[in-house]
Design a protein around this ligand. Structure first.
Ligand code: FES
Length: 511
């Protein structure tokens, strides 16, 4: 199974690719077309299909190609945006509603696993949040009080599941973990058994219409009464591109010498924070540790993030070997809560689920519940809370928008001579670089066979300049998170078009 990055995640290892069995779409008008074959897309599609709607899932590559194949799969009833911040920004009642939504999401996980007998290493665990200095302790106290007010199942604890010194800790009860690709494949099987259709290698380009939407895809035009973008961020240019910022997060799966694997989930309060858990896969236990998050394409040397994370893990655990390391992308919402519901600026029947921050597992299931209710009944108790059109007057919001507006530079021209390129870049195989060429930027990559590839580094979304992600070998856009393979193919939206290829010719051969 491939992913949107060069590194192999724990969830890709030895997992045979899912093969859809239902593929006939000709002449059909679907009740709902879901774009994106990750956990959000499949959970929502299955939920809708089981409620009586006919659903089609279209995935540009294959199931779990995106962030679902690179998550660390923590299932939480608390969020990166802590309950005290939710209370401050949205009020006490809404904070309670968020906690209720999280509990509903956990119930849906349990129900799916039981109903469809999905074998995915699902385990209920407690989640420990701990402070390590005075400032963190003061913050933890606020989080604890706010969590109680929100009716989250939380208490103070004297111990944490890892051997790291701490000042104070709280524990959220009834959290969980699982193997995400095994879970999504289980959902996909159940979806097909219920009559749903999955189309892989099918990129959705756009949709138009009112009662019946005409959806243009790379496999032809399809028809549906509703469309859901479950692609992390929708394509096109939308207000949500200015309210969500793309981030990268790093993860390691390591084996320990002393078998001291944490029995529960744990989170420190460093900024950016680290998180830890254990998962057994094919009879082998792994400590999964994550962190070192940063805005996409805002760190020059992404391999350095892995080095820092590994050094941190080795400080606290007796590492036998680092078995897997990988990174993945998520979108941080400007006011702290996900955007789920009608996609602003689009026909009424077009929906979106994005801005999940680091809580994609929980939000995926909140999205499934909310969108199923909206489509089936026209309303949901969570509709207003997560409405994508809301605009909260949050401090720092203008900065948030400004951060996304990075330098625009364009390369003009489509042909380059090999001889000139040699002067421009001295790259080793597997390396890439942005170089200046006649005053403009050019993205160069030398593949493992020594062949040079050149692309225009101007992102095809709205023209920011991509930068090289050395760890995952991709061209990443700092503005709204589009990502491209070394030779310019779209890996992740919102871009819908590949980077422009710059032809390399030889002056010698032309003579
Ligand atoms: Fe928007 Fe690149 S993703 S400009």
């Amino acid at each position: 199974m491939k992913r949107d990055g060069a590194l192999l995640s724990l969830w890709q290892n030895k997992i045979p690719e899912f093969q859809p069995v239902n593929g006939q779409t000709e002449g059909k008008v679907f009740d709902v077309m879901v774009v994106g074959g990750g956990i959000t897309g499949l959970t929502t599609a299955l939920h809708l299909q089981r409620s009586g709607k006919s659903c089609l899932v279209a995935e540009a590559y294959h199931l779990c190609f995106g962030t679902t194949g690179g998550t660390t799969a923590h299932l939480n009833t608390f969020f990166d945006t802590s309950y005290d911040k939710i209370q401050k920004n949205f009020g006490e009642e809404d904070a309670q509603l968020v906690a209720r939504a999280a509990n509903d999401a956990m119930d849906l996980f349990r129900a799916n696993i039981e109903t469809y007998a999905i074998k995915c290493g699902f385990e209920e665990k407690d989640g420990y949040l701990f402070s390590q200095d005075e400032a963190q302790t003061a913050e933890l106290d606020k989080i604890y009080q706010a969590s109680l007010k929100a009716n989250a199942e939380v208490s103070i604890t004297e111990r944490i599941p890892i051997d790291i010194s701490f000042q104070k800790a709280i524990v959220y009860h009834d959290q969980a973990q699982l193997h995400p690709t095994q879970y999504v494949y289980g959902l996909a099987r159940a979806f097909e058994e219920a009559g749903g259709i999955i189309l892989q290698d099918c990129r959705v380009q756009d949709c138009k219409g009112d009662e019946i939407l005409e959806v243009r895809t790379t496999k032809g035009t399809m028809k549906a009464a509703h469309l859901i973008w479950a692609t992390h961020i929708p394509p096109g240019v939308n207000v949500l591109h200015f309210r969500c910022a793309p981030y990268r997060s790093y993860a390691l799966a390591v084996q320990l010498k002393d078998g001291a694997y944490p029995e529960n989930l744990a989170y420190d309060m460093v900024d950016p924070y680290h998180y830890y858990r254990t998962q057994e896969v094919d009879g082998i236990k792994y400590l999964i540790a994550g962190g070192e998050d940063h805005k996409t394409a805002h760190v020059k040397n992404t391999e350095e993030c892995f080095r820092k994370l590994e050094a941190h893990v080795r400080t606290h655990f007796h590492v036998e070997e680092v078995s897997f390391k990988w990174s993945s992308q998520y979108f941080e919402p400007s006011d702290g809560l996900a955007y789920i519901g009608h996609l602003p600026g689009n026909p009424n029947r077009v929906f979106v689920a994005t801005g999940f921050g680091g809580n994609g597992m929980t939000y995926s299931h909140i999205a499934a519940i909310l969108l199923t209710e909206l489509i089936n009944t026209g309303q949901s108790k969570y509709e207003k809370l997560f409405h994508p059109g809301r605009l909260k007057p949050i401090a720092g919001f203008s900065n948030f928008i400004k951060e996304g507006a990075d330098v625009v530079a364009q390369f003009i021209g489509k042909k380059l001579s090999k001889e000139k390129l040699t002067e421009l870049a001295d790259l080793a195989p597997g390396e890439a670089r942005l170089v200046k060429y006649e005053g403009a930027s050019l993205a160069l990559y030398k593949d493992e066979q020594g062949i040079l590839h050149a692309v225009n580094p101007t992102c095809t979304h709205v023209k920011c300049t991509v930068d090289w992600n050395s760890a995952e070998k991709s061209w990443d856009c700092p503005c709204h998170g589009a990502r491209y393979s070394p030779d310019g193919k779209v890996l992740t939206g919102p871009a819908g078009k590949d980077l422009e290829v710059v032809e390399i010719f030889s002056l010698m051969e032309e003579k």
